[in-house]
Design a protein around this ligand. Structure first.
Ligand code: DC
Length: 220
């Protein structure tokens, strides 16, 4: 039986940084499901899909073949055979992913791939619906969050480090808008699973959060 760790939480809570580190410490694979939704969103942008047209989003999803490879422990997302890792972290893709991931056909196409990865490997998987929908029987479930202000500050620092000009209040407003969309959508909304441990990382270092999660994992 594979060992499954599910990490859910809002954008910017530090899920991917932390999950990647826990995966290294424990020898698990890290499955970044947000990257799969982002690859799907890139496909929607390339297909010139109207974000308000749910039918067009569903139809376009049929021509997106998303798969995953691991190179030196890093997840590579392939969209119709093309490595799109370098193309899916733009604001345009984030905005489209937030809309297209609410579509039930888009979700159904990715659910199977996610469950298969978790069946075949010891995984730490992060996203919005992992503990609630994708891996309801996960061995460990964590709901990782932080205040919107702290999440905005983290994002602001990343952008400034890249030399991009940005506005903290605007970033916070965008984060709150994404939270609202992710939490209120009809299909697989972001919420804490009943049996998930709540971890608020606002006043914790990355190492503290990694240690807290590693301490929850008891694999023979
Ligand atoms: O975690 P992220 O920012 O890379 O996620 C991108 C988008 O995909 C975000 O709007 C939420 C959505 N998503 C989702 O609906 N379900 C998941 N399991 C993971 C991400």
């Amino acid at each position: 039986m594979s060992y499954q760790v599910a990490i859910d939480g809002p954008a910017g809570a530090g899920k991917s940084t932390i999950a990647r580190q826990v995966a290294k410490n424990k020898g698990f694979i890290y499955v970044d499901t947000g990257a799969m939704y982002r690859a799907m969103a890139l496909h929607m942008i390339r297909s010139n899909v109207d974000t308000k047209d749910a039918e067009a989003i569903a139809k376009a999803s049929e021509t997106a073949d998303i798969s995953i490879q691991y190179v030196d422990g890093e997840q590579i997302v392939l969209l119709n055979g093309e490595n799109v890792n370098g193309l899916i972290r733009t604001p345009q893709v984030s905005a489209m992913a937030s809309v297209s991931s609410a579509n039930p056909q888009v979700r159904a196409r990715l659910l199977h791939l996610q469950q298969k990865l978790a069946d075949e490997n010891d995984v730490i998987m992060d996203g919005r619906d992992i503990g609630t929908c994708v891996l309801p029987h996960a061995d460990v479930k964590v709901y990782l969050t932080a205040s919107a202000r702290v999440r905005a500050q983290r994002r602001y620092k990343e952008l400034v480090a890249k030399g991009e000009s940005c506005d903290l209040d605007q970033i916070e407003a965008e984060i709150k808008e994404r939270d609202h969309r992710d939490m209120t959508r009809e299909h697989a909304p972001l919420k804490q699973a009943e049996d998930a441990q709540l971890l608020d990382s606002s006043d914790m270092t990355i190492e503290q959060v990694v240690d807290a999660i590693c301490n929850l994992i008891h694999k023979d």
